[in-house]
Design a protein around this ligand. Structure first.
Ligand SMILES: [Zn+2]
Length: 363
């Protein structure tokens, strides 16, 4: 019954779990134990911010369930036909549904594709009812769960209430609050948190990325392995990240008035750009944390190492208390936005907590 809400900061050595997952060790251990003890649940909800590696995590879990030649219970071999088919997305007993698969099906209709519809959930439910053909489980992965329309969530509830005994449904969501409480309570929640930078480096090295590039990307990843692998494959992803860090630094470096203007602008667009605003706030939190770490003379833990000089310049007059209050203000703001406090109010209260900037430190 215990929800695997884990902090990987205290996890053991990366990659030691036997799954090709670096970091997220406690979450991996919880699922491995479930498989070993034949206590696999019928519904899991893998939650965590975008880029945390949720899709890969679900795919590896499916391999552990369906592997034909596991080296030990709870592990997968990675080379049998089942493991390879799951890796290529063509195993008949492992289906993934997402905005992308929905778009592929609805290509002709040409409509917007920003939320998972009830039709897609109906497809999920009819897939769930089919007996597995090649393994003892049918694994159905539903990605982009945070975009499920309410009526679609209600349709999904029926399946969650009485799943067939051979089914494991894995729902993935960037944002738990966008799912009905009744959905959340019927799933075991696996909360994926940022992993250590060294774990991100190791996972990039394992994918054949060179040491220097792996370290550069990992330093910008904010502990998100999924993001790091996308950045390794697409330079634009890295570029956008650097721009986001730059935006956060400029926000901090602004005058009191400029800070408020940015807060109001983000607040007013929150309902339309919810994921982007949350992403900006996560970046902002990382930058403030870095300022705190620099102040505490702990530069080796920095998330955005490339910006240490600019941050040092900004933070030189601030005290530990100032920086701590700023970090807390961002955390509080994220919490408020998740619990539907008025966005503008939440963002304005946040910037008012920040230490003021002395004119020579302006960027
Ligand atoms: Zn296998």
């Amino acid at each position: 019954m215990v929800t695997a809400t884990v902090s990987d900061l205290a996890a053991p050595a990366e990659g030691s779990s036997g799954w090709p997952i670096w970091g997220h060790d406690a979450a991996v251990a919880a699922l491995q134990q479930a498989i070993r003890g034949s206590r696999v649940r019928h519904a899991y909800l893998v939650a965590g911010p975008e880029g945390m590696g949720k899709t890969t995590f679900a795919q590896v879990f499916a391999q552990a369930l369906c592997c034909q030649d596991p080296p030990a219970p709870g592990l997968m071999c990675g080379v049998c036909l089942a493991c390879r088919k799951i890796g290529r997305g063509v195993h008949p007993d492992v289906q993934a549904f997402s905005l992308a698969t929905q778009a592929a099906l609805a290509e002709k209709s040409g409509g917007k594709n920003t939320s998972l519809t009830i039709e897609t959930v109906r497809d999920v439910c009819s897939t769930v009812a089919l007996r597995p053909m090649e393994s003892s489980w049918r694994v159905v992965i539903l990605d982009d769960g945070e975009t499920l329309q309410e009526i679609a969530q209600e349709a999904l509830l029926k399946t969650l209430e009485e799943p067939p005994p051979f089914v494991v449904l894995v729902l993935l969501s960037d944002d738990l609050e966008l799912l009905l409480p009744t959905i959340r309570s019927r799933c075991q929640i696996i909360d994926l948190r940022p992993v250590r930078t060294t774990a991100v480096v190791d996972s990039l090295l394992a994918a054949g990325i060179g040491q220097d590039r792996a370290e550069e990307i990992a330093a910008l990843s904010g502990g998100r392995p999924g993001w790091a692998h996308r950045a390794a494959a697409d330079p634009k992803v890295l570029q956008r990240r650097m721009e986001a860090v730059d935006r956060a630094l400029s926000w901090i470096a602004g005058s009191g008035y400029e800070r408020l203007v940015t807060a109001v602008r983000l607040g007013d667009t929150f309902s339309k750009r919810r994921p982007e605003v949350f992403a900006d706030l996560e970046t902002l939190l990382g930058v403030w944390r870095d300022a705190l770490l620099l102040h505490a003379d702990q530069p080796h833990y920095l998330t955005y190492r490339g910006n240490a000089e600019r941050l040092n310049e900004l933070a030189r007059d601030w005290t530990m208390d100032d920086l701590h209050r700023a970090v807390c203000s961002v955390q509080t703001c994220i919490g408020h936005l998740e619990t539907n406090v008025r966005p503008r109010l939440a963002l304005e209260s946040m910037v008012l907590e920040w230490p003021t900037i002395s004119p020579p430190g302006r960027l």
